[in-house]
Ligand binder design. Structure first.
Ligand code: ZN
Ligand code: ZN
Length: 382
């Protein structure tokens, strides 16, 4: 289904919602008025007889009961509407209608100018995409030109990439859980800078690696620092959700065990601004054997129990060079690694992974590499 169709339907949905609400309540009000007038009329009609008979009283009771039935119907309709609205929630936001589509995409280059990312995404036939918002291997960065930011927004609108399908990736130098105060300070500053770039670009998701204790502090202390850093960054920015990525258990990284992501989330003050992204290679390396149905089911169960699917805002789709539980962060091309095509078939047909950015970060093969892999993933989703 073309995204334009969904957007148009969404626009119609958005436009008609308030109108429908008004119409419904007006109609119901009119109904109530009608019933009330009928009661008054019937009272007036019966008034000349002076003494009201038992039959008249019974008639009036019947009218009042009818009025109550209409009132109940109003409240039922309201509840139904609220229920439907909740079902329209995606990424914790209530603005997007679920389409049930798997939006395969990839991490694209934004070198030179951030708006080039859209062109690069289109070349790969990507339906969602990720990008770096500044040099990911340097603490220093040129400020983002507001004119370029506007161009980015215009192109996203023109080519129909909604914000919930764009998942920028944070700098690799950032370690909010570092045992070194200096590194933590620089990390928070960089995160703030990146979140402000998201604001300028009209983006509302920002993916980060939670952090690493470097083996010098306890994991609990590291988790506390990570949450503190995120809270600080969120307090001076607006609207953008920090997305915690699961890790492969390599070294002293936090987030190989999904309950560590939950511990960080529990410490975040503004719960509307936190989310989770699952990297399939990291999940495999951390111990879920995604090559088997059992391993996949284990991962789903843990996402559900430890995180909750309402917090899942994206996935990184990478095959894994290493076996399940290898703890190594080594991405492989789709179908060429230990997860395999069968594993990705399960991922691309999983009902929990629809309406999310599904981002390839696989090794470079050739110019058309991502395009081919997106075609493979889309084939698997059927
Ligand atoms: Zn990552
Ligand atoms: Zn990785």
């Amino acid at each position: 289904m073309r995204y334009s169709y969904i957007c148009k339907s969404l626009d119609i949905f958005r436009l008609t919602m308030p109108a429908r609400k008004k119409t419904t309540s007006t109609t119901l009000k009119e109904d109530l008025c009608f019933v009330k007038n009928t009661i008054i009329k019937s009272r007036k009609a019966k008034a000349p007889k002076k003494s009201a008979t038992r039959a008249v009283i019974q008639e009036q009771i019947k009218d009042i009961t009818n009025t109550n039935a209409i009132k109940k119907s109003i409240s039922d309709k309201k509840n139904e509407k609220m229920k439907n609205r909740n079902e329209d929630k995606v990424n914790g936001s209530s603005v997007v209608r679920r389409t049930g589509i798997h939006y395969a995409g990839c991490h694209v280059s934004a070198a030179g100018s951030v708006d080039k990312a859209i062109h690069n995404a289109l070349l790969c036939n990507a339906k969602s995409f990720a990008l770096f918002l500044r040099n990911q291997r340097s603490w220093a960065a040129k400020p983002l030109d507001p004119k370029v930011a506007d161009k980015f927004k215009e192109k996203c609108a023109k080519h129909e990439f909604p914000t919930h399908l764009i998942l920028p990736h944070g700098s690799y130098l950032v370690n909010l859980g570092s045992p070194k105060e200096e590194t933590r300070k620089k990390s928070v500053e960089t995160l703030i800078d990146e979140l402000k770039r998201c604001e300028m670009l009209g983006l509302n998701l920002f993916n980060i690696h939670p952090g690493s204790s470097c083996g010098d502090i306890s994991r609990e202390e590291c988790i506390k620092y990570i949450a503190e850093g995120i809270n600080k960054a969120l307090s001076v920015t607006v609207g953008v959700k920090v997305v915690l990525e699961n890790m492969s258990r390599q070294g002293h990284t936090i987030g190989g065990d999904l309950s560590e992501l939950r511990q960080i989330m529990d410490l975040i003050e503004d719960k509307t601004r936190i989310g989770v992204c699952i990297d399939t290679c990291h999940a495999m390396a951390a111990g879920y054997n995604l090559n088997t149905q059992e391993g996949f089911d284990d991962m789903i169960k843990d996402i559900e129990e430890k995180i909750g699917f309402e917090w899942l805002v994206g996935l990184h789709l990478n095959d894994s060079k290493g076996e399940a539980g290898c703890k190594l962060d080594r991405h492989e091309n789709i179908g060429k690694g230990k997860i395999g095509l069968e594993g990705f078939k399960r991922i691309m047909t999983c009902k929990y992974f629809t309406d999310l950015p599904l981002i390839l970060e696989t090794p470079f093969v050739d110019e058309n590499g991502y395009k081919k892999e997106i075609a493979i993933l889309e084939g698997l989703s059927k």
